[in-house]
Design a protein around this ligand. Sequence first.
Ligand code: GUN
Ligand code: ZN
Length: 444
Amino acid sequence: MAELLIGQTLAFCGNPLVDGSDAARHSAHGGVLVDSGRIVAVGEGDDLRRAHPEAAVTDYGAALISAGFVDAHVHFPQTGIIASWGKRLIDWLNTYTFPEEMRFADPAHASEVAERYFDLALAHGTTSMCSYATIHPESVDAFFAAAKARGLRAWAGKTCMDRNAPEGLCDTAQSAHDDSARLLAKWHGVDRLSYVITPRFSPTSSPEQLSALGALWAAHPDCLMQTHLSEQTDEIAWVRDLFPNARDYLDTYEAHGLLGRNGVYGHAIHLTPRERARLSEVGAALIHCPTSNTFIGSGLFDMAGLSAEGQRIGLATDTGGGSSFSMLRTMASAYEVAQLRHNPLHPSALWWLATAGSAAALRAGDRIGNLAPGMEADLVVVDLASTPAIAQRAARAETFWEALFPTIMMGDDRAIRDVRVAGRRLAARPAPPRLPPAGIFGPR
Ligand code: GUN
Ligand code: ZN
C-alpha cells in the first residue's frame, strides 16, 4: 500500500559543486509518495495528499526527508578499531588494522562485526555503502548476508594482498583472482548487492596480482573496481620504490588493467597533473574521506580544483581510518578541509556529495541518492533540532540552508529520526555494549 511521507524535503536536479545551490530543490512542506519500495512522486505535501487520498500518511513535521546517505568507501572489518591513537598510515595499518583483520578468518567474528557495522551505519542514516572486506572470503559472505537480510543496496569485495602484509593476511595472485571470481559469481546482482574487485593498494599487491585482478575486471567490466590512491606522501614514496618503472602511482594500476570508468579510487589527495588528466579522461570516481585524511594526517583533498576539472567525486567515512560512522560528521569534516584550502563548500554541495554524488560515483545515481519518481525508496529523516546546541542555532536561521548547516556541523546519530530501506522502516539504535568494569582493558 502507498505511504505518503510529509515533511521538509531536499532533492537535486544537478550538481551544486558545478551548478551552485540552484541545483537543489527544497520544499518546506513537501511530500514523498512511496509504494512497493520505490518513490512514486515527490511534490508539495498538500498536493500529494489531495491526489492520493488512499495513501497512509506519516507526518514528520519540520524534520527533513532526504535520500539516505551513501558511504562510498568504508572498511567494515575496522569497525572495532575506529579511533585508534597516534599513527600515520603505514604504522596505523601494521599496528591496528592488520591484527584486527586477521581475526576475520573466524566466520563467527566476521558475522558479529558485520551485524554491528550495519546497525551502526543505519542508525547514522547510511542506507548504502561500498566496503572493503578482508582477504578472507568468509568476510565477504558475512557482509553480503547481513546486507541482504536488511534489503540494502550495498557493494563489497574481498581485499586482495599478496605482499607487505602479515603472512596470515596474504593470498596469492592466483587465489586472489579465483576467490574474487567465485565471490563475484555468488553475490554480484543478488537482490541489491554488487561485487567490487578490490586490490587493497599497490604496496600490498605484486604486479602479478594486479594483473590477475585487471584480467578479472576485463572479464566483468560492469563491476566496480576499488582501491586506494595517493593518500600519504610516505606511501607514494614507497610505491615509487616498489614500482621503479611506473610513471606515477596511478600508473601502477593503469599498467595492470586497473584504470577505467568503473574504477573507484579512495583518497586521491596528492595527485600529479598526469594522474588528474587520466582520471578525468576515463571518468573514474575519486572518493573524498575527510575524517580519515585529518585523523591519519594524510592531507587536504582538492575539492574545488578536482570538481572544476569535471572529476566524479563521492564522499565517504573510510572507517576505521575515518573517525566517525556519521555522514553528517563527514560533511562537517569536508567543510573544514575545504576551508583550509580557502574554498568553503555550500551546504547543498555537502549534502549532494553525501547522497547523489556518492551514488553517482558508484554508478548508481539513477537508483539511489535522490528523491525522484522511480528511485529506490532509501530515505533518511533528519531532525534539524536534535540537540540543544543545534536547536538554538537553527532557531535563528533566516534560510533553509542556515537551518540545515548546524546539523551538518554538529549533528550525529541523534539527528536521525527515521530510516527507510526500500520504503521499510529499518533503523534501530543499537544498544551500547556494556563497558568492562573500570580499569580492566584488553582485546575484545
Ligand atoms: N590504504 C591501504 N589500506 C588502507 C586502509 O585500510 N585504510 C586507509 N585509510 N588507507 C589504506
Ligand atoms: Zn580505505
